[in-house]
Design a protein around this ligand. Sequence first.
Ligand SMILES: N[C@@H](CCC(=O)N[C@@H](CS)C(=O)NCC(=O)O)C(=O)O
Length: 206
Amino acid sequence: MLRIWGRISSVNVQKVVLTADELGLDYERKDAGGAFGIVATPEYRRMNPNSLVPVIEDDGFVLWESNAIVRYLAAKHSPGALWPDDLKRRADIDRWMDWQATTFTPAMRDAFWQLVRVDPDKRDAAVIEVSRAASEKAAALLDAHLEGRDFVAGDAFSPADIVLGCAAHRWLNLPLAREPRPQMARWYAALKARPGSARVLSTPVT
Ligand SMILES: N[C@@H](CCC(=O)N[C@@H](CS)C(=O)NCC(=O)O)C(=O)O
């Protein structure tokens, strides 16, 4: 049975859980990280020396790095579909997954921490503003890309929608004023309406 380690408030854990839900997998999720601790124990560090969540154990196979886990599960359980065979489609999906991990999520990280995890009296408005502006730039790019498209990469739901959907869930639920992004809003609403995505994309941003 697949075991997923990580608290559900982690956006990186959310990607893995959403993938497992979309694939209809039988899995067990064990809370770890944040207030749950566990990640610094020698046992956990043997699985992930970074002391971070998520980690999966899949019949003895241990894997960390959320986007690698999403790709692994999609390729294992949905070859030729959620993980397509066509190299160019795959490269397109990979490109957007990398963009999530290197551009969109890092842009919003400070705004998220300041507005959600830091006490109101300790917040730094300048830090929030820099992060907000960088996130808006990324959101504008994604919004323009989604014009005339139902999904991020190609004609079908893919791992790019999974990881960017989780990132968008965080961005669109941060308690700050955002520019309207109609294409992103349409795409995010469609993701939320999917039975396999609805649960994770309803998780409160905490
Ligand atoms: N690049 C890693 C990043 C993992 C990461 O930063 N995880 C955070 C939660 S989103 C974490 O474990 N924080 C420490 C903790 O929760 O204790 C991935 O995508 O899996």
